[in-house]
Unconditional design. Structure first.
Length: 168
């Protein structure tokens, strides 16, 4: 009922040709994925460590980065960062804007952040504009607290400030 035909049987000359092209084809894809796959995962995951301003450092001027900053010293000026940590002995006089903000020390000025956390050693004198906030027991705070969906956008505050200046 069933019979073996020559169509299903590989030719003797065709078999070596397949084995010769097979290693050449197999070696090219093996080299390409390994060379392109290795650098790709490493580059996006590499994140520089947080910049640290030591306790004996005093800065006058504004700072802006898309990275992380840890402040232990004194800053007189505005700060903008992705993750900003204010150390226990640190003092910042100016506006602070960050996606994620942890305050252990002292800030005199406006605070804007998506996530703002005042620890028990925090001392803040100024308004806080946030999306989420956590205030631990023992933290000192003088000012107003306002929740906004986009606290990093300062156009609302600047516009109302200009309107008040025109009225005066």
């Amino acid at each position: 009922m069933f019979s073996k035909s020559k169509i299903n049987t590989p030719a003797k000359d065709a078999a070596p040709a397949k084995t010769e092209s097979s290693p050449a084809t197999a070696s090219k894809p093996a080299v390409t994925p390994s060379s392109s796959a290795s650098p790709a995962p490493v580059a996006p995951k590499a994140k520089p460590p947080a910049s640290t301003l030591s306790a004996d450092l005093a800065i006058k001027g504004n700072m802006k980065t898309s990275g992380d900053i840890q402040i232990q010293g004194t800053v007189e000026g505005d700060i903008r960062a992705h993750l900003l940590t204010i150390g226990e002995g640190a003092t910042v006089k100016g506006e602070v804007i960050a996606d994620d903000l942890v305050i252990n020390g002292r800030i005199i000025g406006r605070v804007r952040g998506l996530k703002v956390r005042l620890t028990s050693t925090a001392d803040v004198k100024g308004d806080i504009i946030h999306k989420t906030i956590a205030i631990e027991s023992g933290a000192h705070f003088e000012g107003s607290v306002t929740r906004q969906d986009d606290p990093l956008n300062a156009t609302v505050a600047k516009t109302s400030g200009k309107a008040a200046a025109k009225d005066a």
